[in-house]
Design a protein around this ligand. Structure first.
Ligand SMILES: [Zn+2]
Length: 320
């Protein structure tokens, strides 16, 4: 048996077992591999246990939707079928060990979640992918082998966007170690708007674990949609401040209510609700019930929403 070095995996990656019945190679497996490479680069996947997490789904879809905006990308398909390529394995959940090998087709990500604890790569391959030069090599190979000219350009743009967003994210994390100053964000805005959006969202979602700080709702469809937004406490348009401590994770309803000034947060991190909304009107309980509720805060106290930002929101946005 040949040694499992980078040449071995170059051959494997160049000859993926891919459905070609639709006239061209199905892009699912190559896009999943690009996804895994990116998440290893970002440090989101740091050990050789790859679960079908929101990060995997949303990264897969960011590639997929760039290329095929009109087609639904189903990450479950390559997550399951990549096991036929000899370097990707699935560890079944307890109770599924026997039935697992009988399954030939997979319909949804929910099915994967039920049956599979996690996927893992050959340890030799995982170790290779920890190195930047190998990631570049394998990415190039995948893009050149499985995509047409126009698609290659779009994929490279997406990879560059993610790389810039990662740099921005790291700068935001570094910035959060110095005292907060709403009016003087340390980072000059030399990043494109899209890069800032993606970077700010990544960092807030990872700190709040895709959970609304106000109501603790955490709905994530396995198709990658999240009910939770990365919201600014002082709107970005005011001081151009993406400081993590000017950010908070809020579901769609509470993001809207917060931006409209119907709710705010006091200096003990409790929700306050505008007197415009009355608990006498039964339909408004969704907001009035939140009064005095303690919000969910990041584990790391230094990343809590800044008092200065909350004060600004109460004074300038909240309807008293
Ligand atoms: Zn909420």
């Amino acid at each position: 048996m040949s040694e499992k070095n980078s040449d071995y995996y170059i051959k494997k990656f160049a000859h993926l077992r891919i459905d070609r019945s639709h006239g061209r190679p199905a892009p699912h497996k190559p896009i999943l591999l690009l996804t895994i490479i990116e998440l290893i680069e970002r440090g989101v996947i740091s050990k050789n246990e790859i679960e079908l997490t929101p990060d995997v789904v949303s990264t897969f879809l960011s590639y997929w939707n760039t290329l095929y905006p009109d087609q639904k990308g189903i990450v479950a398909l390559p997550f399951f079928h990549l096991k036929s390529d000899g370097f990707w394995y699935l560890l079944p959940n307890a109770g599924y060990e026997k039935s697992f090998n009988l399954i030939r087709h997979i319909k949804s990500s929910y099915q994967i979640r039920d049956m599979v604890k996690h996927a893992y790569l050959d340890s030799e391959l995982f170790n290779l992918l920890l190195l930047d030069k190998n990631r570049t090599l394998f990415r190039r190979l995948i893009i050149d082998n499985y995509f047409e000219y126009d698609e290659r350009k779009k994929l490279v743009q997406t990879i560059n966007l993610c790389r810039d967003a990662m740099k921005y994210e790291h700068m935001l994390i570094a910035e959060a170690s110095v005292p907060y100053n709403a009016k003087k964000p340390k980072i000059k805005i030399r990043f494109r708007e899209k890069v800032r959006e993606v970077g700010f969202r990544h960092v807030i979602m990872s700190i709040y674990n895709y959970t609304c700080s106000v109501c603790n709702m955490r709905i994530l469809t396995l198709e990658g949609a999240s009910v939770v937004d990365a919201a600014h406490i002082i709107p970005f348009s005011v001081f151009a401040n993406d400081d993590i401590r000017n950010g908070i994770a809020l579901c769609k309803l509470h993001h809207w209510s917060f931006d409209e000034g119907l709710i705010s947060i006091d200096d003990n991190y409790r929700v306050i609700v505008t007197p415009l909304i009355s608990s006498q009107r039964p339909t408004e309980w969704l907001l009035t019930d939140l009064m005095n509720k303690q919000i969910m805060l990041p584990q790391n106290e230094t990343l809590y929403p800044a008092q200065e930002a909350l004060h600004y929101h109460r004074e300038n946005k909240f309807i008293r």
